[in-house]
Design a protein around this ligand. Structure first.
Ligand SMILES: Cc1ncc(C[n+]2csc(CCOP(=O)(O)OP(=O)(O)O)c2C)c(N)n1
Length: 376
């Protein structure tokens, strides 16, 4: 096991001076340490998506000559591949970057379906990208990492090549920080309140992470089945586009997208497409904790921007806002009687039940039941 403070000290000694990325639960100790030490500022930026992080690290290198570090869950490699192949690659601008990649779906380690494929191809993908990597697991010591920099990685970085650490479960010693905001309503209670105001004709596309798990458990509790809900267990940031396409093809149904602030920010151009297509049956609900709660609660920049104005300027017909259960109940009446595309922003706290389960149906079962429901 490696202590994150020792790892970060070593990275600094090897020329890393800037940290950016999208948080990951498997990298929680590392990400929390970086945030604790540097806060959010010039030395540490949480990026909307992993491709943005590669570009930020590139700008850092261009302006300082030092190395930027990009942290991400391996799910985010997909977002990063384009700038890795066409920006930082030695055949293009030859920009050295250090990657720290959380290894979900590692072969032999039980994980959710959405992580299996990416987990299996993570080392091969890095090889294809010509990025040398070291796997960190619970047996790896800081001395091994130091030796690797001395014998190999430092030379590679000096030549413009990028290097990566693939981080298995248990590789880092824990580093705990507590995350909170001022909101009182939990995301789970907010989801329950919205569900209670809908009918069983309404269709929901819910975002990646715990929001979908909470939705799934509430349907179980209410014995409503799961056919109204498409859970988007992977592919963070894309629920709103799935929902848009359904809304355009099923004009007789109300289509709801249950979104997270991290997910909205990850692909914010989708708000513009919703606005420009302007489907009257599109209802977007943003459960806003200004954090990546599902993976540990590090902040997003949603608190720094006026997302209501963004949505209105993209062509949403109206934006509603609710804080607290009572306000949500009364705002829901107006929201639901409006024509889309409309956005409802619900302020929610950071946190979730420790015994929150995971969907017990497979993604394919979910898809089949959902398609059948859409046919009704
Ligand atoms: C492309 C990609 N990057 C990172 C992740 C890891 N991840 C899963 S959920 C999540 C946080 C989502 O934050 P938000 O949308 O604000 O929802 P919250 O968890 O706060 O409800 C992250 C970063 C992922 N699944 N996919």
């Amino acid at each position: 096991m490696i202590r994150v403070d020792e790892f970060e000290e070593l990275l600094q000694e090897c020329g890393v001076g800037f940290y950016t990325g999208v948080p990951d639960s498997q990298l929680k100790a590392f990400c929390d340490f970086i945030e604790d030490k540097y806060g959010i500022g010039d030395k540490h930026i949480i990026a909307p998506n992993e491709g943005n992080a590669v570009a930020l690290a590139t700008g850092y290198h261009l302006s300082t000559g030092k190395y930027g570090l990009v942290y991400m869950q391996n799910s985010g490699l997909g977002n990063a591949v384009n700038p890795i192949t066409s920006l930082t690659d030695p055949n293009v601008y030859n920009v050295p970057t250090v990657y720290v990649v959380g290894w979900r779906g590692q072969p032999g380690v039980k994980d959710e379906p959405q992580h299996v494929k990416q987990g299996a191809i993570t080392p091969d993908l890095l090889e294809l990208l010509d990025i040398d990597y070291k796997i960190l697991d619970e047996k790896t010591t800081i001395d091994e990492v130091k030796q690797l920099f001395d014998s190999d990685f430092s030379k590679k970085l000096a030549n413009g090549q990028s290097v990566a650490f693939i981080v298995s479960k248990g590789a880092f010693e824990s580093f705990k920080t507590k995350k909170s905001n001022e909101n009182t309503l939990s995301r789970e209670d907010a989801i329950k309140t919205v569900i209670d105001s809908l009918t069983l004709d309404d269709i929901i596309v819910s975002t990646t992470g715990k929001a979908s798990r909470e939705l799934f458990e509430y349907r179980e509790e209410k014995q409503q089945g799961h056919s109204n809900d498409f859970l988007t267990v992977g592919s963070m940031g894309h629920s709103s586009m799935i929902a848009l396409s359904i809304a355009l093809n099923k004009k007789d149904k109300r289509i709801f997208c249950f979104d997270g602030d991290g997910a909205v920010l990850m692909h914010m151009g989708s708000l513009a497409l919703v606005g420009s297509k302007s489907p009257r049956n599109y209802y977007h609900v943003l459960f806003n904790n200004c954090a990546h709660e599902t993976v540990g609660g590090l902040p997003t920049i949603m608190g720094d921007i006026n997302i209501a104005e963004v949505a209105l300027n993209c062509g949403y017909t109206n934006v509603y806002h609710a804080s607290g259960k009572e306000e949500l109940e009364s705002v829901l009446e107006k929201f639901l009687s409006d024509n889309g595309p409309v956005l409802l922003i619900v302020d929610v706290s950071i946190g979730s039940r420790s015994d929150l389960g995971r969907p017990t149906t497979t993604p394919i079962e979910n898809k089949n039941a959902f398609m059948k429901k859409l046919e009704e």
